[in-house]
Ligand binder design. Structure first.
Ligand code: UDP
Length: 331
């Protein structure tokens, strides 16, 4: 298939673009490089396959879709920092929802048949404790989650009105790196637990802050469902191959197993062979206590099973990436 990947220079986008290209798809990345990395696009699909452009620039996007004769779009391009979305909601609504609306206008003009959308379990907000399935209440608690949910609604309406096949994939905690060490996680600023724990091991005078030791969990720290980025990438490929015209579906991507912050720290110490310098810190505003996927639609709809998402594989691949690229793509 000829697939255009918006945000393909980002973390999950670059891994997905690589898996698509490795399977023989004709992949073009469309990325503003505002937050993505040229080197990630290059490492995923090679040279000459990146169009630098903003989603809001509809002429440029139309041109890219037309020249490539795109059949399907995988749409990652979005800002994804929860704290920033609270202080700059306009930026998030403009970029995430405005960008999705631009893409939808172009997709309609260029008769794109299928879209896979990068969504998030943040659309559920702060659940009361049970494992999350797709029928749970949608109640995002920050503008980031709100813009992802609003984008889902726009996509669903377009699927019904214009016959596109659309799949929204709601990720739990993406983590890990490509097993060959060429692609990995590089955010600026970095806010995620696993890269910060690895940095605390790798660099002198770094310390991981644990955001709260008094949560109502067995060890007092928050619980998350960590999914390997290669498993997420695989789900996008399956979403394309099972997409049905005129249909919208939203599918959770989690493993069903939670790990606490302390369990992650213990695994980082085991994999690296070094203790993780850490200290207690207050709870981070907006953090839910526990987010774990229930048995949802990913199995029946996509035939998806996570294969690389043991905590050990996640931390080991992230550590290999960190060792090879201590300063991320800048090195
Ligand atoms: N966390 C932490 N210290 C950090 C970063 C994260 O204790 O420096 C905790 C955070 O409170 C959450 C978990 O680690 O419970 C995962 O956070 P992350 O930012 O990686 O992902 P999120 O769940 O917020 O999307």
């Amino acid at each position: 298939m000829r697939v255009l990947v918006t945000g393909g220079a980002g973390y999950i986008g670059s891994h997905t673009a690589r898996v698509l290209a490795d399977r023989g798809h004709d992949v073009l990345i469309y990325d503003s490089l505002a937050r993505g990395h040229r080197a990630a696009a290059l490492a995923s699909v090679g040279s000459g396959r990146l169009i630098e452009g903003d989603l809001l620039d509809e002429d440029r996007l139309d041109q890219a879709l037309l020249a490539h004769r795109t059949e399907a779009v995988i749409h990652f391009a979005a800002y994804a920092l929860v704290g920033e979305s609270v202080t700059q909601p306009g930026l998030y609504w403009r970029n995430n929802v405005g960008g999705t609306l631009s893409l939808l206008r172009c997709a309609k003009r260029q008769k794109i048949g299928h879209i896979v959308f990068s969504s998030t379990c943040a659309v559920y907000g702060e659940p009361s404790g049970s494992d999350l399935v797709e029928s749970c209440q949608l109640a995002p608690v920050n503008p980031y989650g709100e813009t992802k949910l609003a984008s889902e609604w726009a996509l669903a309406a377009h699927a019904r009105a214009h016959g596109m096949g659309v799949t929204a994939l709601r990720y739990f905690n993406a983590a890990g790196a490509h097993p060959d060490g060429s692609l990995g996680e590089d955010h600026d600023p970095e806010s995620h637990l696993i890269p910060l724990a690895l940095d605390a091991v790798a660099f002198p005078n770094r310390q991981l802050k644990i955001f709260g030791l008094d949560w109502p969990t067995p060890d007092g720290t928050c619980i998350r469902d960590y999914v390997h980025v290669m498993d997420l990438a695989e789900a996008h490929v399956l979403a394309l191959s099972t997409s049905k015209p005129g249909t919208f579906r939203a599918i959770n991507l989690g493993t069903g197993t939670g790990a606490s912050v302390r369990e992650v720290i213990d695994m980082v110490a085991r994999v690296t062979g070094k203790p993780v310098p850490h200290a207690a810190a207050p709870r981070r505003p907006g953090d839910p206590c526990r987010l774990v996927a229930g048995a949802g639609l990913a199995g029946p709809e996509l035939g998806w099973q996570p294969k690389h998402s043991s905590l050990e594989t996640i931390v080991s691949t992230a550590w290999e990436w960190r060792k090879k690229h201590p300063h991320g793509y800048r090195a």
